[in-house]
Design a protein around this ligand. Structure first.
Ligand SMILES: [Zn+2]
Length: 285
């Protein structure tokens, strides 16, 4: 059982949102995306059903007038197939090896906590949703409070998950994983919602992402690095993880939070025809 390449998934996700929002395919990276799908189809890495669906989507999109509804349906069907596969694979991995921490991604392990935290409201911020709180830019005093709330939730979750494990106690090792879990959630939060008509703009503090709970496209804060060196390291790592992505990535200092971010150099200026579209819909970096 293979999981679909992240690159393919990103293309399908971005086409899905573009079809939902505009009823057409975003011309951003259009030909590269078609090439990538073609390569994937030739590689025989998919099941017959997936192959059929991807081929249908690609062939439709190449045509001038395609049926938006049925292409959308095909994309959503593929995504559902993929979600089931991932779920099965995750539970399989856990069974195969008793090592509870390393094998499962944080996003899978703490999915429930993410859901809870995402619904939580902050009383001291007039009921603001916790998920909209950006610890990079809010007042330090408030950021500290939010940090403490998240830490508490994640420690409780970690404890709940592992208290029945043999020899479980709150040792340094446990503390390390709790800190990791907290950092993960603090990275998760900080997004602007109902941002549909907003331009992300050139090199900013945000990127487009699908909210895991509402499935809305939101502007989510990018990972912040403390200096240029750290950002360059992140670029090197990103390139290792995305060998097929030849787009140029740069590091830049953010005027909004004063930290460093990385991102694809926008090709927006070279594509005046997509002026009505949002330049970078793929959730990148
Ligand atoms: Zn920033």
């Amino acid at each position: 059982m293979r999981v679909m390449e992240i690159e393919i998934k990103n293309i399908l996700t971005s086409w899905e949102s573009s079809l939902v929002r505009y009823g057409k395919i975003d011309s951003w990276n259009y030909s590269e995306n078609l090439t990538t799908l073609g390569r994937y189809l030739r590689s025989n890495e998919s099941t017959l059903e997936e192959h059929y669906l991807i081929k249908y989507i690609r062939d439709s999109i190449i045509g001038v007038n395609f049926n938006v509804k049925s292409v959308l349906k095909a994309i959503q069907k593929l995504m559902n197939l993929e979600a089931v596969k991932e779920k099965e694979l995750t539970s399989m991995l856990v069974k195969m090896d008793g090592n509870r921490v390393v094998l499962n991604g944080q996003d899978v392990r703490f999915k429930k906590e993410t859901e809870k935290i995402f619904k939580e409201k902050l009383k001291f911020k007039k009921g603001m949703l916790l998920r909209n709180f950006d610890i990079e830019t809010e007042a330090p005093h408030d950021s500290k409070k939010v940090r403490r709330i998240v830490e508490k939730r994640m420690c409780q979750a970690y404890h709940r998950m592992h208290k029945k494990d043999e020899g479980y106690k709150t040792s340094n090792r446990e503390k390390y994983w709790m800190d990791r879990a907290t950092a993960f959630q603090l990275y998760n939060i900080g997004q602007k919602e109902k941002a549909r008509n907003t331009r992300r703009g050139e090199s900013t503090h945000w990127k487009w992402k699908k909210d895991p709970i509402t499935h809305e496209l939101v502007l989510k804060k990018k990972m912040g690095y403390k200096n240029e060196e750290a950002a360059q390291k992140a670029i090197a790592q990103w390139q290792i993880n995305h060998p097929y992505d030849s787009r140029e990535i740069t590091a830049y200092k953010c005027n909004y939070c004063n930290k460093w971010h990385i991102g694809h150099r926008s090709k927006f200026l070279n594509h005046p025809s997509i002026d009505s579209m949002i330049p970078q819909m793929q959730a990148c970096c």
